[in-house]
Design a protein around this ligand. Structure first.
Ligand code: GLC
Length: 732
């Protein structure tokens, strides 16, 4: 990460530092809100959460809040990092740290830059449906360019949690359920944020979060407990972390949850054995917000002093926002509860990252850099957002209704159709709802004949009269339904993941007009759409696509862009099927028609839309699968043909099953995919190459096993409809 000379200067700095200054480096804080509005801060948070005020109104109020920036602590060298998104203030505080503290160690500014900073891109769950590493990397590079202009040198992203439960609100921030696709996403994001040299002015440090298995919280309930075997952890949840550490990620954020009874925040197996020793991670680990303090609530620490020593000994290098290190670690050192070696290792890691980010050479941000983005968005960035947005859209159903024609008269209904704020999704940083192209605006910009009537909000009643009126002259009804930002992201798990409020009634009423109906979904998770799949002739998943939402939807609705997105997370038929994911074990009684198999009495056996699924305006066939083997790998070739009437892009997928092994293995695992653009009638051979080393698994003793035996290769356009061939494989 840094040169030998830089390592030497860190050693020399460490020798000069007092214990208090060392602990200071391990302390991250944010400005404390001390007042300035006529309700309490907690009340204000309630108001924005339940929608009484918009995010933009909240932002305006917060900008006038009185804050304590803890200048004295900074001057005394007791602060190492700051959660701040304000370049002017950042420079002011940085001047105190660099020019007024005893050793002049610069502050590290971090912020949540998850899917864009000023130019908001699709939420990660949507962007992953492009299955396009170049797009994953490009959006992170643009976000880094914009965030660094605001003095942010470290993002708490990418979120690399494998998410298998659609009830969990944070699935929206994830790359979905698959370790292979999730690993490509994680690597690409690290490259995009950090570049080849994170010290470059327009690059920022990445954070792999949340370490680990946060996506497996029991019941999909946020912050809940996590229990799973070590083999499941290493085969199903750790691959994206391992991949991103190999890619050079500079920091890792520990997850709120416990893993098998030991909170990740104080878990030496995870933080030291796996991350720092086995993976050789050289950066630093930061806690999640307030998580060290919460170890008392977990019941693993008697008090905050106990929490502070357990955390630092377990390998937790920086405390985000709990003040526990700030308040207790110096006394723990004085009492001999923590060795200087443990403390020095944490501080060395933090200083190494600061050095690698170039903070010692360039601690300040040129405030004029921000101006280029503050007044508006760069066209180059907007174009990238438009391209990614349209490729993130997944066509779920189409019974001859789409694409629409410009001469058709469209009745556009649903409050979300004219709502810029809810195009942003969760964690939209400095994105602005007012800059988002809504579905309504997108259709109008595309020259469509649109008459709009809200008719039904996410949580308001259906206005049947308004619906009948707006649909009267229409040729087709486009109903935009789904979730607002606040129904996904952190602390937003849902026990029922059908369309919220009365939106299904809106669809029913639209169908009763007798006109063709297109449901355009805007949501931050897979929804349970069993009724919709049965009754609505066309369903388009448009997620929350950010600033270009409406342009992307219009491009797909009118066929200007033939939808190519493929799901990265399974859509259950009903909430009760959750958690639902494709790469599951077979069990002794795999779900089938018989009662005595693994299934529900009151739900179908299969999910509604499987992993990897996505329709096109054309169709593709898969034929003539053949397999070649050499000493190192298998090459699987299949002919993909466009059998429809328009050009289209297909993501051909290759899955593998290890049929018999020393532990039960998933019925399918994604091992490769290739994109192919085909004209009508055109056919191409697509070849996938699997290195034999990638065909193994970790057993319970953490040994990576390649076991001879029967394997099945699957090739197709999703994880369900595939050609297959068996092979006996001998690795030795
Ligand atoms: C939150 C989230 C984490 C985020 C952090 C800082 O609680 O869990 O993902 O990066 O706090 O905002």
């Amino acid at each position: 990460m840094i040169s030998k000379e830089q390592e030497q200067s860190i050693r020399e700095l460490l020798e000069k530092m007092t214990v208090e200054e060392k602990v200071g480096q391990m302390h991250q804080l944010a400005p404390s809100i001390v007042g300035g509005f006529d309700v309490s801060f907690e009340e204000l948070i309630e108001m924005v959460t339940d929608g009484r005020i918009s995010n933009e109104e909240f932002g305006k109020i917060m900008s006038t809040a009185e804050r304590d920036f803890h200048e004295e602590d900074i001057r005394a060298g007791r602060v190492g990092s700051y959660l701040l998104n304000d370049p002017k203030k950042a420079n002011e505080l940085q001047r105190i740290a660099v020019e007024e503290s005893r050793l002049g160690i610069p502050l590290l500014y971090g912020f949540d830059v998850i899917h864009g900073f000023r130019t908001t891109f699709p939420i990660p769950l949507a962007e992953t449906c492009t299955w396009n590493e170049k797009l994953f990397e490009a959006s992170a590079e643009i976000a880094a360019r914009e965030a660094s202009a605001y003095g942010i040198k470290w993002t708490f992203a990418p979120m690399v949690d494998i998410a298998r439960d659609a009830r969990w609100g944070r699935i929206s921030e994830s790359a979905g359920e698959d370790p292979y696709l999730g690993s490509l996403f994680a690597r690409a994001k690290v490259r995009g944020f950090q570049g080849k040299n994170p010290a470059d002015r327009e690059r920022i440090g990445a954070t792999l979060k949340h370490f680990v298995a946060y996506g497996a919280v029991e019941g999909g309930q946020d912050y809940n407990t996590v229990s799973m075997s070590k083999s499941m952890l290493h085969n199903g949840f750790l691959p994206p972390v391992k991949a991103a550490v190999e890619e050079g990620a500079m920091t890792v954020m520990a997850a709120f949850n416990d893993y098998n009874g030991v909170p990740c925040t104080v878990n030496p197996y995870l933080l030291r054995t796996v991350l720092k020793e086995s993976y050789g991670f050289q950066g630093f680990v930061v806690s999640d917000a307030n998580a060290i303090r919460e170890c008392v609530s977990h019941g693993i620490a008697e008090d905050l002093a106990d929490a502070s020593r357990q955390a630092v000994k377990a390998g937790m290098d920086m405390d985000m926002g709990s003040n526990v290190y700030h308040d207790h670690l110096v006394s723990q050192m004085e009492q001999g509860e923590v060795s200087m070696e443990v403390l020095d290792e944490a501080v060395r890691r933090i200083l190494t990252v600061k050095m690698a980010l170039g903070l010692f050479e360039h601690p300040y941000v040129e405030e004029e850099r921000m101006e280029q983005y503050d007044s508006g968005l760069k066209e180059e960035h907007l174009e990238a957002a438009r391209d990614t947005a349209k490729r993130s859209i997944v066509l779920l159903k189409n019974e001859g209704v789409l694409p629409l024609k410009k001469e058709q008269k469209i009745a556009l209904v649903g409050a979300l159709a004219d709502d810029g704020e809810n195009c942003l999704g969760a964690w939209f940083a400095n994105g602005r709802g007012s800059e988002c192209v809504t579905v309504k605006a997108g259709l109008e910009r595309a020259g469509a004949k649109v008459s709009y009537g809200e008719c039904c909000g996410v949580e308001s009643e259906l206005d049947r009269e308004a619906l009948e009126s707006v649909c009267k002259e229409a040729d087709v009804v486009v109903a935009v339904v789904g979730e607002p930002n606040a129904m996904s992201g952190e602390a937003s798990s849902r026990a029922d993941i059908t369309l919220p409020g009365h939106q299904r009634e809106l669809l029913e009423a639209a169908l009763e007009t007798g006109k063709p109906v297109v449901a355009v979904l805007m949501n931050g998770r897979p929804l349970a759409l069993f009724w919709e799949q049965e009754h609505v002739p066309a369903i388009l998943e448009s997620w929350q696509l950010g600033v270009a939402h409406g342009d992307a939807v219009a491009a797909v609705l009118f066929g200007e862009y033939n939808p190519s997105g493929k799901l990265c997370a399974t859509f259950p038929a009903m909430t009760g099927q959750c958690p639902r994911y494709y790469n599951h074990p077979n069990t002794g009684r795999p779900g089938g028609r018989s009662k005595f198999t693994s299934r529900y009495l009151d739900a179908p056996v299969e999910p509604l839309y499987p992993f990897g699924y996505g329709l096109s305006y054309t169709e593709f066939s898969y034929e003539n699968m053949r397999i070649k083997e050499d000493a190192r790998c298998f090459s699987v070739t299949v002919q993909v043909k466009n059998t429809g009437a328009c050009p289209g892009e297909e993501t051909a997928q290759l899955y593998l099953r290890d049929v018999t092994a020393s532990i039960v293995r998933p019925v399918k695992e994604l091992k490769a995919f290739e994109k192919v653009l085909l004209a009508p009638g055109e056919a191409k051979d697509v070849t996938f190459v699997i290195d034999k080393k990638e065909m193994g698994f970790y057993n319970e003793d953490m040994n990576y096993c390649l076991e001879d035996g029967k394997f099945i290769f699957y090739a197709g356009g999703n994880s369900r409809d595939c050609l297959e061939q068996e092979r006996m494989v001998a690795f030795s």
